[in-house]
Design a protein around this ligand. Sequence first.
Ligand SMILES: [Ca+2]
Length: 144
Amino acid sequence: MFRRVSSAAAAGVVAAAVMMAGPASAGSLQVVVTGMDAFGGRVHIGIFSDPEAFPHSGRIDGTEVPVFGDRVVAEFADLPPGEYAIAAYYDADGDGEFDTSALGLPKEKYGFSNRARGVLGPPSFSEAAFRVTEGRTTVQVAVD
Ligand SMILES: [Ca+2]
């Protein structure tokens, strides 16, 4: 009986500590994108958390990084811990669009977290998903 009371009290202390931590409980995410084969253009990186919408909509954060070499690095701060997936593409001609052929086939390089590759379409969220925890998480994405 005493044991039960003390563990409940301990849980209360932990809960209070977590609540007081506030923004410190958020994670940061470093995304490293590789596979660009030219100088110029921009890498577009999108972060998703909605399994139903990925990767067509529901982008919760994202950025564009100019390409001056074979890799770019982007940092995202204040992400609540949880599951995320990344979609990235290399906008080689810098027109702000992911270029596709008349048949809808990609003409520019793209990639997802976990090196996920869909068959006849993008991968599912679960195939590309990774976990962000408190502290820093680094994820690599190769465009191809
Ligand atoms: Ca383009």
